[in-house]
Ligand binder design. Structure first.
Ligand code: GAL
Length: 723
């Protein structure tokens, strides 16, 4: 039987390239995911994480081999890994975003101790995508995803893809494409079967030659009446399994799948036969302080932020395959994904291209059962045309996964269209008329209008309106399947990009995933049944805008009506501005509030109504005085496993909990209990808000967090670590 053991604890780490003679006590004990160095959230040099480090692990087999293969599986490490197991050194694996594994079977001691010694090259190696030229993002270093130790039968199902068909007919069916591997010296006679969504698959008998693989497709009928198709609102998932019998050897390959039909057509993107206008943002996988080494909870939280806080229906995993936990969560909550291979504006030599082609294979084979993924990006982001190279990436993608279309992100018109979907970065501040269909806009805004949370109000409002404009134009052109903006979150980058402090302030949220006004443009497009949104895009301070002309005030909301009060005076009742914005929920434009004339100038209160009922309200205090310090962990319970982490948001608000973007104060933080803080203990709240992260140690119990600033009451929060 196959078995899998988590292999994330008790690694030894040295931030230097050291050999086996260096004793264990010269190492630090670490847990994976691990960043090779903890950094400030900005103002650091990428050279600080670009070095070769050493990881070591001593272990005895968690269970006897019983004739199985022993595979050490890495989900991702930045960016070239050389592993030595008990003195045997494997060839270097090059690549930072896709899984890789080593067959330890012939090198382990079944009894007694084994030693893994691993050199990880986290330099920006020019021979490995995305590097070779400049890149507008940082990849960071470390074994930043999980590792497992896997026991596999000598004949096993290496992988399988569930390929539904006819889902919209009354005879839905499924084909499961499986690869069977025989690692023995003799031919293997195998009987294969399985099930999908509770329905049996056909059985088949095959013979697999020694030391080779064979491919089979098992078919099955699905029961139309019983089936819930995977969709954005009902992201139903089913179990699927392929079983193998070979003499007295058994193996089962399992997957969670979703059954849906997703097609880009000339006149739109269709999910289960229904047109869905795609509205999305790009996501980088990096975080402040610990780079890309974010555990499952933070990966899942990002998907939740994109779906529920930002109301998106699609995300592009710019510019590389992202964490399995992120994708699993996209499957669970109904968030579509455009996933692409690593790369950025540069194509290297033949060896480099071979790695990129291998990345296509690794990405698709890892992720082909995720119902959320609807498009494979098989070009290097924003590279020039290269017919032979891209003919090959497309060929491989189509051969491996006939169920999905390909795209490949370009940034110039007239680019050769070898893919199924014409995916274009359109920085025209509008929507260019499609040259080809199906057409999907994969980036807009970004560097055209970088905006910080503490920029002046006019800039923050214009930033929001630019996002609204492009979305509105995309909704107006039936030949545009949708638009995915640049980008969800501010991100760390090289000195050639960004604001000079190594951050690109291109997000609709900051690097801590806290919203700017532009976030509400997206958030307010979701159905109110999912979440009611009402955000006033103003801080209601007359002196912060030119000539005191604070009006009009935009309100991003999915309510049907809003009322605006100044003090206790009703100043107006407003409807969405559908005449100027073609959006599911156009902004409200508040005028004639007479704030300048009112004596005394009062607090702003905006109330949102749905079907005549008040459902949302935001108040902003005219006096803008800091009244509250908030310390809000995203989770009140964490696993005491040394891995689990949560974000802790800190903000200073007025008396109504509206953030004060200029309430720059130094916060003093402390943690009591068995947890570690990622982030400084003295932290200036630039923009009135920021976040730190807390990582559980391995002892259950309470953790108390405290935040203090001058002149406000202390804020505390408790997180319980559970065993
Ligand atoms: C694009 C690029 C993105 C990002 C963006 C900034 O050209 O694909 O990675 O750099 O510009 O606007």
């Amino acid at each position: 039987m196959r078995m899998q053991h988590a292999f994330n604890h008790d690694w030894l780490y040295s931030p230097a390239q050291v050999d086996l003679t260096v004793p264990d006590d010269a190492f630090e004990r670490v847990v994976l995911p691990h960043t090779n160095v903890v950094l400030p959230y900005h103002n650091f040099d990428d050279a600080e994480y670009q070095f070769i480090s050493t990881y070591r692990k001593r272990f005895t087999l968690p269970e006897p081999l019983h004739g199985r293969r022993l595979i050490l599986h890495f989900e991702g490490a930045q960016m070239a890994t050389t592993l030595t197991c008990n003195g045997h050194t494997f060839p270097e694996y090059r690549g930072g975003f896709t899984p890789f594994e080593f067959d330890l079977t012939d090198h382990v001691h079944e009894h007694g101790e084994n030693v893994l010694h691993l050199h990880l090259d986290s330099r920006e190696r020019k021979d490995i995508p995305p590097f070779g030229f400049t890149v507008d993002y940082l990849v960071f270093g470390g074994i930043y995803r999980e590792v497992t130790l896997r026991y596999l039968p000598v004949v096993h199902v290496r992988n399988a893809q569930v390929r539904p068909r006819g889902l919209l007919t009354d005879a839905p069916a499924v084909g499961v494409f499986a690869e069977v591997v025989n690692t023995t010296d003799a031919p293997a006679e195998c009987e294969l079967g399985g099930h999908v969504a509770g329905q049996p698959l056909s059985t088949q008998t095959i013979t697999v030659a020694p030391h080779s693989s064979a491919f089979v497709t098992l078919d099955g009928d699905l029961r139309a009446g019983d089936l819930t198709l995977w969709s954005l609102d009902t992201p139903q998932r089913y179990d699927a399994a392929v079983t193998l019998h070979c003499g007295d050897l058994h193996d089962t390959f399992s997957a969670r799948v979703g059954l849906r039909e997703a097609v880009f057509k000339d006149d739109g993107f269709y999910l289960n036969g229904q047109r869905v206008q795609l509205r999305g943002l790009n996501r980088h996988q990096t975080f402040p302080f610990f780079g890309a080494a974010a555990p499952a909870r933070l990966q899942r939280k990002d998907a939740d932020i994109l779906k529920y806080e930002l109301g998106l229906n699609i995300v592009r995993t710019s510019h590389y395959p992202q964490s399995r936990h992120f994708l699993d969560r996209c499957d669970e909550i109904g968030l579509l994904v455009f996933e692409e291979i690593p790369g950025w504006q540069f194509i290297g030599d033949e060896d480099w291209k071979c790695l990129a082609i291998e990345n296509v294979r690794e990405m698709i084979e890892r992720d082909w059962n995720h119902p959320s993924i609807v498009l494979w990006g098989v070009r290097i982001n924003e590279s020039w045309d290269d017919r032979a190279f891209y003919a090959e990436t497309n060929r491989i993608a189509r051969e491996l996964d006939p169920t999905r279309q390909t795209g490949g992100v370009r940034f110039f018109l007239g680019s050769e269209f070898l893919e199924d979907v014409y995916t274009l970065n359109d920085f025209s501040n509008g929507i260019l008329e499609p040259e080809h269909t199906p057409h999907l806009v994969t980036e807009y805004n970004g560097h055209m209008f970088p905006t910080k949370s503490w920029d002046n109000e006019e800039r923050r409002v214009e930033h929001a309106l630019r996002h609204a404009t492009v979305q509105s134009l995309a909704h107006s052109n039936p030949r545009v399947t949708g638009a995915i903006g640049w980008c969800a979150f501010d991100y760390n980058t090289h000195y050639e990009f960004g604001a000079g402090d190594r951050i690109c302030y291109h997000g609709v949220m900051d690097i801590f995933r806290l919203p700017k006004f532009a976030a509400a443009v997206y958030a307010s497009q979701q159905a109110p049944a999912q979440r009611v949104v009402l955000q006033v895009a103003s801080n209601w301070q007359l002196g912060d805008v030119k000539e005191g002309l604070i009006e009009p005030i935009y309100v991003f909301s999915n309510c049907d009506t809003v009322e605006a009060y100044v003090g206790d005076q009703l100043k107006g009742t407003f409807q969405p501005d559908a005449a100027n914005w073609n959006l599911p929920h156009p902004p409200f434009v508040l005028k004639d509030l007479d704030a300048l004339l009112a004596k005394p100038y009062g607090d702003l209160r905006v109330v949102g109504y749905l079907n005549g009922q008040p459902v949302a309200e935001q108040r902003i205090a005219a006096d803008a005085l800091p009244r509250k310090l908030h310390l809000i962990p995203d989770d009140d319970t964490l696993h005491a496993d040394g891995i689990d982490m949560t974000r802790v948001v800190i903000k200073i608000t007025d008396q109504y909990d509206s953030v004060l973007p200029y309430a720059v104060s130094v916060v003093q933080l402390s943690v009591e209990g068995e947890a570690d803080l990622y982030g400084p203990t003295l932290f200036p709240l630039v923009g009135g808000q920021a976040a730190v992260y807390v990582r559980a140690r391995q002892t259950p119990g309470p953790v108390t967090l405290r935040a203090r600033v001058e002149r406000l009451p202390e804020a505390t929060a408790t997180i319980t670590l559970v065993g």
